[in-house]
Ligand binder design. Sequence first.
Ligand code: HEC
Length: 185
Amino acid sequence: MRRILSQTALMLPIIALAGCGEEPVEMPYGTAQQFMANEVQPTAEIYWGAVGAVSELVDGEAVFTEFEPETDEEWAKVSAAAVKLREFGEVLASPAYADGRGDDWLQFAQGLQDVATQAEEAALAKDPEAVFEVGGTVYAVCTACHQMYPPAELPEGETVDTVQTDANRPNTDETLEEYMEGSGE
Ligand code: HEC
C-alpha cells in the first residue's frame, strides 16, 4: 500500500509538468464571459441605443419622441459599432473561443458576422428604420447562441432572453412604427 502511494506521489509532478507544457491558448479578450460583458454587450448597446423612442409626460399625457442619430459623427459611431460586432463574430469563430464547442457555434459566430454586415449597411445608409429592424435581428442572433450556450451565471431576475438588453428593446421582429405604437399603449 505504501509503495503504491509513493509511486502516485512521484507521478504527480509529471502530470503537473505536462499541464505546463501545453500551448497557451490566446484569448485576446479574456474568457468568453469577460469578452461578452466587456466588449460584445457594450458595443451592441451602442447599436441598439441609436434609434428608438423616449416617453415624456406632457400635461399628464405620455408623449413619445422618436430619436435617431443627427450628425455624421453620430451615424459614424453606429456604423463603427456594427463593424466591431462583425470583428467580434470573427473572434468568436477563432479557435480561442470556438475550440471544444459544436459546429453550431461556428454558425452562430458566422451569423453575427452576417447580421453585423447588414447592420453596417443600414447605418451607412443613415436609415433609422433599417437600423432599428436590423437591431432586432442582431438580438435574435445573440439569443440563438445563448440558448445553446447559456451564460453560466445570470444576473438576478434575468433570463437568457432578457439578459443582453434593456427592458423595452429590442423586440426581434417589430418595425420602428410598430414599436412606437406599442409603447403608446
Ligand atoms: C457564438 C456564440 C455567442 C454569440 C453569437 C453571442 N454570445 Fe453572448 N455569450 C456566449 C456565451 C458562451 C456566454 C456565456 C459565457 C459564460 O458565462 O461562460 C455568453 C454570455 C453573454 C452575456 C453575459 C455575460 C456575463 O456577464 O455573464 C452577455 C451580456 C452576452 N453574452 C451578450 C451578447 C450579445 C449582446 C451578443 C450579440 C451581439 C452575444 N452575446 C452573442 C456566446 C455567444
